[in-house]
Design a protein around this ligand. Structure first.
Ligand code: ADP
Ligand code: MG
Length: 373
């Protein structure tokens, strides 16, 4: 049910590589980060280690470079700063992997200290994407092996580590060498004081994406259900919405079709919901989600597309208009409420055909759900 890589409208030339690398669906950080990077926005991306941050910037950056003009010798277009040699090599490899097969040839190069500088100076010809540790980059700049004045995109990966390792001065020197007008991307596993400082220093009106580690403790969620026939689901939903009028409600369906259907019916009955699912454009989805997060929208109908990872502050009510297939999805859905110390209510509409499956879900999560009349 999650988003596919296709939906980003990336260059088709990535498809075989994504397949070969076994990237079937984007990770949550990739889902949220790729569109704004493609759109040229500055961005701060926070997600834990192993969440796929590298590809979340590599793919859209390579995609943007497909529309480039000619490069000037020893002028790079993309600079990725990383704190360690290992990370430089690793990130360089990911750029290498995903630039294979692209119509425009893109040259990536990784430089780091602890090895002889001369070979690096020689290879700095016609590089588009340079991945570098700060100290070695400055050495290369000093020897005029590379020029930074035409950089279009700057990435700071694991920037907090960079400060911990004492690269603050180097980083500031590098920032001074870069043009003011460029796209700035900052990635980190944690959001701390260091990162906030670098954010202020480098980012202009950034999109901030923070993927929380899912805390799926269910203690703060009151779980309830109604037994109902399929035909009576519509009226029952409306009576629940009337009862909780004024409170933000997220309604889950299991298909795009049903999501649209519930949307139409609620509209006809005087409600003003929005709907979000995989067939909506990225822009529309982002808009609707922002409205919901801001509290401007009261009722949102959604598929499991937003069942995971999405953090809506103080959402009081989740309704399962239909049950999801997997118990895990059920837990993720209801976990949109009862977050960060707030209480929440999750109500499921259970048809006679759902009963067995609902028992399985309750068994899996080791909770029993209270029936309402
Ligand atoms: P992070 O930088 O957030 O710590 P990485 O970018 O190093 O994480 O990614 C961790 C691992 O996940 C890598 O082995 C990477 O190839 C893999 N990976 C990233 N995105 C996907 C995806 N969409 N599908 C499958 N594997 C992925
Ligand atoms: Mg990383």
């Amino acid at each position: 049910m999650a988003l596919t890589f296709d939906s980003f409208k990336l260059n088709k030339a990535f498809t075989p590589t994504l397949k070969k690398e076994n990237y079937q669906t984007p990770t949550p950080i990739q889902e949220e980060v790729i569109p704004p990077i493609l759109a040229g926005k500055d961005l701060l991306g926070i997600a834990k280690t192993g969440s796929g941050k590298t590809a979340s910037y590599v793919l859209p950056i390579l995609n943007r470079l497909q529309k480039k003009g000619a490069t000037k010798n020893r002028h790079i277009e993309v600079l990725v700063l990383v704190p360690t040699r290992e990370l430089a090599i690793q990130v360089g490899e990911v750029f290498g992997t995903f630039s294979r097969g692209l119509p425009e040839r893109i040259k990536t190069f990784a430089v780091y200290g602890g090895v002889s500088i001369n070979p690096q100076m020689i290879k700095m010809q016609n590089v588009n994407v340079l991945v570098a540790t700060p100290g070695r980059l400055l050495d290369l700049v000093k020897s005029k092996a590379v020029h930074l004045s035409l950089v279009q995109i700057l990435v700071l990966d694991e920037a907090d580590k960079m400060l911990n390792l004492g690269f603050k001065k180097e980083m500031e020197q590098i920032l001074d060498l870069l043009p003011n007008k460029k796209q700035n991307l900052l990635f980190s596993a944690t959001l701390n004081k260091n990162i906030k400082q670098i954010k202020k220093l480098t980012l202009v009106d950034p999109v901030v994406v923070k993927i929380e580690e899912e805390d799926l403790s269910l203690d703060a969620i009151e779980q309830l259900y109604y037994s109902v026939s399929s035909e009576k689901k519509g009226p029952l939903l409306r009576s629940i919405l009337n009862k909780y009028k004024g409170q933000q409600t997220l309604i889950f369906t299991s298909s795009t079709y049903q999501a649209d259907n519930v949307f139409d019916k609620l509209r006809k009955n005087g409600f003003q919901p929005s709907v979000i699912h995989g067939k909506k454009s990225q822009g529309a989805r982002q808009r609707v989600l922002n409205n919901f997060k801001n509290g401007d929208l009261e009722i949102l109908i959604a598929t499991d597309l937003i069942g995971r990872g999405i953090d809506i502050e103080k959402l009081p009510l989740v309704i399962n208009y239909e049950l999801p297939r997997s118990p895990k999805d059920y837990i993720h859905r209801i976990g949109r409420t009862g977050r960060a110390g707030n209480k929440g209510i999750a109500i499921s509409l259970i048809t006679p055909e759902d009963e067995h499956h609902f028992k399985v879900i309750q068994k899996k999560m080791k909770r029993t759900v209270t029936q309402l009349e």
